[in-house]
Design a protein around this ligand. Structure first.
Ligand SMILES: Cc1cc2nc3c(=O)[nH]c(=O)nc-3n(C[C@H](O)[C@H](O)[C@H](O)COP(=O)(O)OP(=O)(O)OC[C@H]3O[C@@H](n4cnc5c(N)ncnc54)[C@H](O)[C@@H]3O)c2cc1C
Length: 508
C-alpha cells in the first residue's frame, strides 16, 4: 500500500535541506511558525489512514493497481471527479479553511493530459517521463505545491516584452542532461512544507516567448531554490484548546536562482523545441480548470464554516429566530450549495480525454468558481453582521483566566444565560479565528484570487460560450427569425476543447 502516514511525511521534511526563509532567517521545515500549515497537511494523511474516510480519501492507482491517496490520483472516471470534490469539502470542514494539498494533484492531472497530447502531436516522450514521475509521486505519497503564478512585472506586457526578462520564469541555459531556469513564482501555498514544487506556465505564450514555455517538477530543496515564506498566524491559546486554533497556512515567493532541472523531470520545453510553445497556454488553462473544480469543493466548505459560526452565534446572541438572521443564513447555505452543485454538474458532464484523464465541464466549473469569488466578502460580512463587534474586540485569552479579571469577563461575556460563559467565549474565540485573524484576512483574499480572480473565470467562460445560440432565442421571440433552432446547451465540452487546441497546434 502506497498510502503513507503523517510521520513518514514529517520525517521527509526533517531531512530536507534548509532553503526556507522567514523574516530574515533561514529556517528548517520544523520551524514552529510553519507547524500550523503542516497540521493542515497532517489531516490529509490522517484521514487517508482512517477507515471512516477510506472510501473518499483512498483510491487505486491506474498505473500500479496499488492503494494510493486521492491526492496522488489522476481522475479515471466521473466518480473520481465527484469524490475529489467531496473529499476537498470534507477535509476543509475539518481544518476550517484551505486544505492546501489540492493544487499539486490539479497540476499533475493537467500534465497528464497535456504531455499525452504533446507526444501524440509532436512525437516527444513527455508522457513517459510524466508517468515515471507520477509513479514515484504515488509510491511515496508526496505532497506538492503548484508554482504557476509568475511575478509578471508589467501586467499589460507579454513575457518577452518585460523590461526585466526574469519577470516570468524562463530557461536560461540548455545542457545535454537538463535545463537551467531562472525566475520567481509568487503566492505559493504549501511550498514551505511541500516535498515537491511543480512548475507550470501562467499564461499563453507567443512564438517570441518560447524560453518561457517550460514545465517541470523538482524537490522543494533543490540547489538554487529559495522559498521566502509568509506565514499566517492565530493568537496563541493556552487554556481553550480547540481544533481551529492549531491550523494555519504559509505562502511564499519561490525563487529559482539558476536552478538545474534534469531532463527526466522536464515536461515542456519551448526553448529547445519551439513547437512545444503553444502547449504552455494549454497547460496553464487546464491546471486552472482542474484547480477551479477543486474550488467547487473547498469554497462551499468555507461558506459552511462561516454559516456554522453564524448559526451558532445567532443562537448564543438570542436572535436565531429573527427573520433577517434566517434570510442571511440561507444566503450562505445557498451560495455553498450552488457552488458545490456547479462542481458536481461539471463532474457529471466530465469527459474522458485521450490520455484517459477525466476533465470536468468548462463553463460550469468557471461559473461555480466565479460565484464563489464574487460572494466571498459578502459572506464574511454576514458573519460580522450577526456576530456583532465582539469578534473584533474580544479581550485576550489570558485575561479570562487572570485572578483580577476572570470573573468580571465571564460575567459580561454571557448573552444567553442557558449557555456557559466558557462556551460563549469559545464561540467568539472561534469567530475571531475565522473572521478577524491574520489567517482570516489571507483566506478572504484567497477566496477572491486563488485559482484565478473572478475576471479570469469570466474571460475563460466568455471566450468559449456561444452567445449566438442565445441571440437565436431573441431573434425568434422578436419575430426577426421564423424558426427557433433546437436549443443545445451552449458549452464547450472537454472533447471540443481538445479538438480546438489540436487545430490550433496543427496550424503551427
Ligand atoms: C492566498 C493565495 C494563495 C495562492 N496560492 C497560489 C499557489 O499555490 N500557486 C500559484 O501559482 N498561485 C497561487 N495564488 C495566485 C493566484 O492564482 C493569483 O493571485 C491570481 O491568479 C491573480 O494574479 P495576481 O495576484 O498576479 O493578480 P493580478 O494578475 O495582478 O491582478 C490584479 C488585477 O489586475 C487585473 N489585470 C491583470 N492583468 C490584466 C490585464 N492584462 N489586463 C487587464 N486587467 C488585468 C486583474 O483582473 C485584477 O483585477 C494564490 C493567491 C492567493 C491570494
Amino acid at each position: 500500500m502506497a498510502v503513507k502516514t503523517f510521520e513518514d511525511y514529517f520525517n521527509r521534511l526533517k531531512k530536507m535541506k534548509s532553503n526556507v526563509y522567514i523574516n530574515g532567517e533561514k529556517v528548517s521545515r520544523t520551524d514552529e511558525r510553519l507547524r500550523p500549515g503542516i497540521n493542515v497537511i497532517k489531516e490529509t494523511y490522517d484521514c487517508a489512514n482512517n477507515p471512516e474516510f477510506e472510501d473518499i480519501c483512498v483510491t487505486t492507482s491506474h498505473l500500479t493497481g496499488e492503494k494510493i491517496s486521492r491526492f496522488c490520483h489522476i481522475h479515471q472516471s466521473v466518480e473520481d471527479l465527484l469524490k475529489k470534490q467531496l473529499m476537498t469539502r470534507l477535509l476543509c470542514h475539518r481544518v476550517g479553511g484551505c486544505i492546501q494539498r489540492c493544487m499539486g494533484i490539479d497540476a499533475m492531472n493537467a500534465l497528464s493530459v497535456v504531455t499525452y497530447e504533446m507526444d501524440q502531436m509532436l512525437g516527444t516522450d513527455h508522457y513517459e517521463r510524466f508517468k515515471n514521475y507520477l509513479k514515484y509521486f504515488q509510491e511515496n505519497d508526496l505532497c506538492a505545491n503548484c508554482a504557476q503564478t509568475d511575478a509578471k512585472g508589467d501586467r499589460l506586457r507579454r513575457p518577452h516584452e518585460q523590461k526585466d526578462r526574469d519577470m516570468y520564469l524562463r530557461i536560461v541555459e540548455t545542457r545535454e542532461d537538463g535545463i537551467v531556469v531562472r525566475g520567481a513564482k509568487l503566492h505559493n501555498t504549501i511550498a514551505p512544507y511541500a516535498d515537491e514544487i511543480i512548475v507550470i506556465p501562467t499564461r499563453f505564450m507567443t512564438d517570441k516567448d518560447s524560453e518561457y514555455a517550460v514545465a517541470f517538477a523538482i524537490p522543494a530543496d533543490t540547489e538554487g531554490v529559495k522559498i521566502v515564506a509568509r506565514y499566517a498566524y492565530q493568537h496563541k491559546r493556552k487554556h481553550l484548546k480547540a481544533p481551529i486554533a492549531k491550523f494555519g497556512d504559509a505562502e511564499s515567493f519561490t525563487i529559482f536562482d539558476d536552478v538545474f532541472v534534469p531532463n527526466e523531470r522536464v515536461f515542456l520545453n519551448g526553448k529547445s523545441d519551439p513547437r512545444q510553445t503553444p502547449f504552455a497556454g494549454y497547460l496553464a488553462l487546464l491546471f486552472a480548470h482542474f484547480h477551479r473544480h477543486s474550488y467547487t469543493g473547498c469554497k462551499p466548505a468555507i461558506s459552511e464554516v462561516l454559516a456554522s459560526a453564524t448559526a451558532l452565534v445567532a443562537e448564543y446572541n438570542g436572535i436565531e429566530k429573527e427573520s433577517h438572521v434566517k434570510e442571511k443564513l440561507s444566503h450562505l447555505i445557498g451560495t455553498a450549495e450552488l457552488v458545490f452543485a456547479a462542481g458536481q454538474a461539471s463532474a457529471y458532464r466530465g469527459e474522458k480525454s485521450e490520455s484517459g484523464t477525466y476533465i470536468p465541464d468548462e463553463i460550469l466549473t468557471n461559473v461555480g468558481r466565479r460565484l464563489a469569488g464574487e460572494e466571498i466578502y459578502n459572506e464574511y460580512k454576514i458573519l460580522a453582521d450577526i456576530a456583532g463587534g465582539l469578534a473584533a474586540t474580544l479581550p485576550m485569552e489570558g485575561d479570562f483566566y487572570a485572578q483580577e479579571t476572570k470573573e468580571l469577563l465571564n460575567k459580561y461575556m454571557v448573552r444567553n444565560p442557558n449557555i456557559s460563559a466558557e462556551d460563549q467565549h469559545r464561540c467568539f474565540r472561534f469567530i475571531e479565528n475565522i473572521l478577524v485573524s491574520e489567517l482570516a484576512g489571507v483566506m478572504q483574499v484567497a477566496g477572491l484570487h486563488g485559482g484565478g480572480s473572478p475576471q479570469m473565470e469570466t474571460i475563460t467562460m466568455m471566450s468559449r460560450y456561444d452567445v449566438n445560440s442565445l441571440k437565436n432565442i431573441a431573434k425568434y421571440l422578436a419575430g426577426i427569425e421564423d424558426k427557433l433552432p433546437r436549443y443545445e446547451r451552449p458549452t464547450v465540452t472537454p472533447k471540443k476543447m481538445l479538438e480546438k487546441f489540436r487545430m490550433l497546434f496543427k496550424g503551427k
